[in-house]
Design a protein around this ligand. Structure first.
Ligand SMILES: [Zn+2]
Length: 229
């Protein structure tokens, strides 16, 4: 990896080791350099959402990592390739990015950078009252995400249930560090890119919502104080 010369204020803080990922999100700072994520989440992994498809042998669609689109030109076809990449550390941080290029490799590289810039924390907990293991293995509450006409609901599941979701969602959950979850989906479900984005929409909402049902320690204190008054 080439040496990184940070361009932003935040980048400089990160390079000097003065700020952590949690602090970045606690203060609402915006990440504008992908290297920040590389530096703070060293175990980062990436995966492709298979947004493409080409007619396969014997009917049906063969799913492919990138989507090709063509427009006609006087001299023939002009192809463009789009890719959707997710990154995550498998432990509470995940991001998604999309990009378009004329080349496969470039589209994937740019999508990976965008995914890093879109990284966000994922709230996890033991979640389900049927389970009281106390580990952060599922979503803390039932929550719904939306993108286009795709809606998906995530439900907390007890330990050992596993990921009761389709293959694309499995990739997202693994990188996010969610090990047990149930999902329900509604609406037009063929679009895999909208489906993945709907999952991220659910994560985003989870970060905003107050978790009254299963507050974590800090929030519990606040609730208690309110009760005293
Ligand atoms: Zn549990």
């Amino acid at each position: 990896m080439a040496e990184w010369i940070p361009k932003t204020e935040l980048g400089k803080l990160v390079a000097e080791g003065k700020i952590s990922m949690d602090e970045i999100f606690a203060t609402g700072k915006k990440i504008k350099e992908p290297q920040i994520v590389d530096r703070l989440l060293p175990g980062l992994q990436s995966d492709l959402i298979f947004i493409g498809g080409s007619p396969g042998k014997g009917g049906g669609i063969r799913r492919t990592p990138t989507r090709r689109t063509a427009r006609m030109h006087r001299s023939g076809r002009r192809c463009r390739v789009s890719a959707m990449v997710i990154v995550g550390n498998g432990n509470g941080y995940v991001g998604i990015g999309k990009s378009v290029s004329t080349e496969n490799r470039v589209a994937i590289e740019k999508a990976t950078e965008n995914a890093k810039l879109n990284i966000m924390p994922v709230r996890r907990s033991c979640g389900s009252w049927e389970c009281s293991c106390g580990e952060a293995h599922t979503v803390p509450i039932e929550i719904e995400g939306k993108c286009g006409s795709v809606r998906v609901r995530l439900l907390p599941a007890p330990k050992g249930v596993g990921l009761c979701v389709n293959n694309e969602a499995k990739k997202v959950m693994r990188l996010a560090g969610i090990r047990d979850v149930w999902t329900k989906r509604f609406g037009e479900s063929r679009s895999r890119s909208n489906y993945a984005l709907a999952l991220f929409d659910a994560f985003r909402k989870m970060n905003i919502i107050r978790l009254d049902a299963r507050p974590d320690a800090k929030e519990k204190e606040e609730v208690y104080e309110e009760d005293v008054e």
